[in-house]
Write a protein that binds this ligand. Structure first.
Ligand code: CTP
Length: 401
């Protein structure tokens, strides 16, 4: 993505270096556009070296290139940080008296600004009115942070940290196609107790399910994540329910699936449980050389939920995962066939087929899946688990519409 970073003349202009670093390290192309006053606080050489691009803030050089239009059209995103009180006033009145002012009037890209100034200036009615005007025009404004200001004083007006500015700016680009939709998403792997210290489990880390939950929330959905034995979920998700066994997961899903627009069963559910769970630790000395555990089948939660949803004529879209082991990853046909029979057996709307042959996908940050729909459509998706999550959500979003 091409990011145009405007810097205006405030003491925190030096923090723009952190923004450039974070953006270039994430693979974005950054063009820096400081105002003449910004260059009193930070040198063009620093900005050129970090952005790997030349820096020019003069409207009247290379006029034949029609720079302000070229820069405006090239940008996918414009960030102005720090944005001074004077800049807010010029931008709010549409004053195009320098290169940055011209670019801002000419661009159609989303604009994100991070104001920074002394508390009194931020709270002045003139600044408030300018912020309100820009807000109404769709400019995304990151509120200044509270903390130490230029002098010895503290208060609201400090420029937020570069990572917060970058996160805010990138989320402003996020499409909001799932606003008003409710998602119930399971992740992780169930555990079936043998005794108080041992269990039968599986290798699912929960990363793919969590990525789907995070991506859905970022796109505006209301998400309930049912997490089975997932370690350290730093999800930032508003609602997470922790479960352990298939029975607990079943209870969390079956009773309430109809209240959701979409159920995504990404969790790896144990197909069997120990019939008689020992209430005390099984002692090796008492067992001898062989331990026989009788396993009985767990219900197929997805299949049963689909059945009760369709009996209740619920419109909840149902998505299952199919973990299959196919030796040769190029055998897409074999994976497709297995996934299609699972789709038919469970009667869900979509199935996400995952080849887990060598176990590498577990705990990995990348994935490679086939998405098959009951209506015969198929899509392949690969990349980070978050990218795969978004591609799956693209398909779901279309189906929900
Ligand atoms: N699933 C479920 N209840 C179970 C087992 C699986 O709801 N008792 C769901 C999973 O969450 C997943 C889908 O069914 O969405 C397929 O799971 P998978 O383990 O791939 O297949 P199984 O149905 O267990 O069939 P098999 O083990 O024979 O491949």
């Amino acid at each position: 993505m091409h990011v145009l970073l405007g810097i205006t003349g405030g003491i925190s202009a030096y923090k723009a270096t952190g923004i450039i670093r974070l953006l270039t390290e994430s693979g974005h192309t950054v063009k820096v556009l400081p105002t003449q006053n910004a260059l009193r606080f930070i040198g063009a050489a620093t900005l050129e070296a970090l952005s790997h691009n030349s820096v020019d803030s003069d409207l009247y050089t290379d006029v034949a290139d029609v720079k302000h239009i070229a820069l405006a059209q090239e940008a996918d995103l414009v960030i102005v940080a720090p944005a001074t009180a004077a800049f807010l006033a010029r931008y709010a009145t549409g004053l195009a008296d320098d290169l940055l002012g011209n670019v801002l009037l000419a661009t159609t890209a989303p604009v994100v600004i991070a104001p920074a100034m002394h508390t009194e200036m931020w709270q002045h009615p003139a600044t408030k009115a300018n912020v309100e005007t820009l807000n109404l025009r769709g400019v995304k404004i990151l509120e200044p942070a509270v903390g130490r200001l230029t002098g010895a004083d503290t208060g609201v007006g400090r420029l937020p940290e570069p990572k917060d500015i970058v996160t805010f700016a990138l989320s402003a680009l996020q499409k909001q196609d799932l606003v008003g939709r409710k998602f119930l998403i399971t992740a992780g792997g169930t555990q079936e107790s043998i005794d108080p210290v041992r269990f039968i489990g599986n290798k699912s880390s929960g990363k793919q399910g969590i990525a789907i939950a995070k991506a859905a929330q970022a796109r505006g959905a209301e998400v309930l994540l049912v997490a089975a034995n997932v370690a350290n979920i730093d999800t930032g998700l508003s609602e997470t329910l922790r479960v352990s066994s298939a029975a607990e997961l079943s209870e969390a899903v079956q009773g309430q699936a109809a209240k959701f627009d979409c159920l995504i069963m990404a969790a790896a559910v144990s197909d069997f449980r120990v019939e008689n769970v020992s209430s005390s630790k099984i002692k090796r000395s008492e067992v001898g050389q062989e331990l026989n555990l009788k396993l009985v089948a767990n219900p197929d939660i997805l299949a049963e939920t689909v059945k009760s949803l369709s009996a209740a004529k619920s419109k909840t879209l149902t998505v299952g995962f199919a973990a299959e082991t196919i030796e040769d990853n190029s055998e897409v046909e074999a994976l497709t066939q297995l996934a299609l029979s699972k789709l038919a057996a469970k009667q869900c709307d979509l199935i996400v087929a995952n080849n887990v042959f060598n176990g590498k996908v577990f705990d990995s940050d990348v994935n490679n899946v086939l998405i098959l729909a009951a209506n015969g459509d198929s899509f392949s998706s690969s990349g980070t688990k978050y990218e795969v999550a978004n591609q799956l959500l693209d398909v779901i979003s279309d189906m929900l519409d």
